[in-house]
Design a protein around this ligand. Structure first.
Ligand code: MSP
Length: 517
């Protein structure tokens, strides 16, 4: 039986259009999904949109649209963008879907019946920008750190979720489950939160103040608020409690988020699941923030990067490659068009593109485009096999990809590419071609380079699916098998001498044109 793999992105608020940050997370989820496909896992990938709340109601009003009309429009922008970024999700969830709303209400009732939700009058400092209460210690000089505004003192009766009851349980779980939250810095951050007293979570808003939400099943004057609605998407999308999807994929659930929503995912969500009697997810994978020319990306600064214009200019594979290579998963990174161009020119056009066209051209020049048959005895005495280097690269790649260290996975591939470029310099095929007596050696060199390219073409598949297929077709590999995965499966990439002698190579192309500055 194949192992399941379930990956989710955050569901994005529809108060803004999709930008680079959303694109990064969703591409990362797609890359991990394609990688797990290569590991022959049964994969399921969910993304979607978060559509309730004040901010969204206000955004709709600002555009002069009805709220439903507005959320349909923006949700559609996200849904339509993902295929352009070569993102292949299985399911797109919206929190306004009736099946999602039904489940949120069921779980609220279940937790309320178990007395983990209670009613309480509360006075506190509320930031209207963040739509939440702040504790004094969270403020910076008395102001909300995100909006740089003093929050207002308001009094309200609301429903609260008894999180404090589960604090010790969660701490034990995180401490005893390696990699539950990764990379480690975020696990430590969550543990630090949990060492402080955990306040119960306000989960409702009076309808007099917020109408665009899901009504509480036990009090019609209130709607539920932000996280109690949004987080449940991860299981409502699988059809919990019925259906095969939930039983199959939930035990293998992995979330990807950025550090901004660590607390809801690392603390509220496992506790909500525990209180509802549902097993908790397997891993939370947390990445850092993209800054733009060293600044925070924001509408007010006017530096929001929209993915589509970049793709038109540089191509989707290059864009995906840059995002995955440039950001060390877990740390913040800086985006600039200049660094994108530099990476395309050096890593893609120079290192990989040149290698690919050099090898294919030599295949045509010395062997008329027909993969040569090599003499194994000669190969053993010549000691110029790339097999070990290729297998090492595949193993390093696997180790990194398992941990969501995409940058490390790519570095492993580029290690092999550089090795192959050096191999050409050392073996100097053009010299071998001058000597009749070196014919066998020339065959060995070209064949090894073709095999190396086959391995590289498979390894780049999760990040650059189009370039992967183009390379494989040029190597004469069966296009059908390529698309079905045969030449992209990790276990196939650990084999050597796979390309059949006699295979016809296609004429070389420029995989990645240089960008002139
Ligand atoms: N709706 C909530 C999430 C609910 S999930 C149950 C939300 N939405 S959001 O639209 O604000 O999206 C936040 C996410 O978008 C981040 O966690 C991250 O995945 C992505 N990013 C938004 N800006 C980003 C950067 N500048 N850099 C990297 N990723 C960022 O929070």
């Amino acid at each position: 039986m194949t192992d399941p793999f379930y990956i989710t992105t955050p569901i994005y608020y529809v108060n803004a259009q999709p930008h680079l940050g959303h694109a990064y997370t969703t591409i990362a989820a797609d890359v991990s999904c394609r990688y797990n496909f290569m590991e022959k896992k049964d994969v399921y990938f969910q993304t979607g949109t978060d559509e309730h709340g004040d901010k969204i109601e206000r955004a709709a009003r600002a555009e002069g649209l009805g709220v439903k009309e507005y959320v349909d429009k923006i949700s559609g922008l996200f849904k339509d963008l993902w295929p352009e970024l070569k993102i292949k999700y299985n399911y797109f969830i919206r929190t306004t879907d009736p099946s999602h709303i039904k489940l949120v209400r069921e779980l609220l009732q279940r937790i309320y019946d178990a007395e983990d939700i209670y009613f309480h009058e509360y006075e506190g400092l509320y930031c209207f920008g963040c739509e939440r209460f702040y504790a004094e210690r969270e403020l910076v000089n008395g102001k909300c750190p995100d909006h740089n505004r003093e929050p207002e003192l308001i009094k309200e009766s609301n429903y609260f979720f008894r999180m404090s009851k589960y604090q010790d349980w969660l701490m034990d779980h995180i401490e005893s489950t390696p990699d539950f939250i990764r990379p480690k810095r975020y696990k430590n951050e969550v543990l630090a939160f949990l060492r402080e007293p955990l306040e119960d979570l306000c989960i409702s808003r009076p309808k007099s103040r917020l109408k665009w939400g899901i009504p509480l099943p036990f009090d019609n004057d209130y709607v539920t608020y932000v996280w109690f609605d949004a987080l449940i998407n991860y299981i409502s999308g699988l059809g919990y409690p019925d259906g095969d999807l939930f039983s199959k994929f939930w035990p293998a659930a992995q979330h990807i988020i950025a550090k901004d929503i660590l607390k809801p995912h690392g603390i509220y969500w496992p506790i909500m699941l525990k209180a509802a009697g549902i097993d908790i997810y397997k891993h939370l994978n947390v990445h850092g923030y993209w800054n733009i020319d060293e600044n925070k990306m924001s509408k007010s600064i006017g530096n929001v990067i929209e993915p589509l214009s970049l793709i038109e200019k540089y191509g989707i594979d290059s864009f995906r490659f840059f995002l995955m290579r440039e950001m060390t998963f877990g740390l913040d990174s800086n985006f600039s068009e200049q660094s994108l161009i530099e990476r395309i020119n050096s890593d893609l056009a120079n290192d990989l593109g040149n290698l690919f066209s050099r090898v294919l051209s030599m295949g045509h020049k010395y062997f008329s485009g027909i993969v040569p048959l090599i003499d194994m005895d000669a190969e053993n005495s010549f000691h110029f096999s790339l097999e070990k280097e290729a297998i090492d690269a595949v193993e390093k790649f696997q180790g990194s990809m398992e941990e969501f260290a995409f940058h490390g996975g790519i570095a492993a591939i580029w290690g092999l590419i550089r090795r192959m470029n050096k191999y050409i310099d050392v073996t100097s095929p053009w010299e071998l071609a001058k000597k009749k007596s070196a014919k066998k050696q020339l065959e060995i060199v070209i064949y090894n380079l073709l095999e190396g390219l086959r391995v590289v073409s498979g390894l780049i598949y999760p990040v650059m699916p189009d370039a992967s297929v183009a390379m494989q077709k040029h190597l004469g590999l069966d296009a059908d098998e390529v698309l079905k995965g045969k030449f992209n499966y990790i276990d196939e990439l650990k084999k050597w001498n796979v390309i059949k002698p006699g295979t016809r190579l296609l004429k070389s192309i420029r995989l990645f044109p240089r960008i002139e500055n």
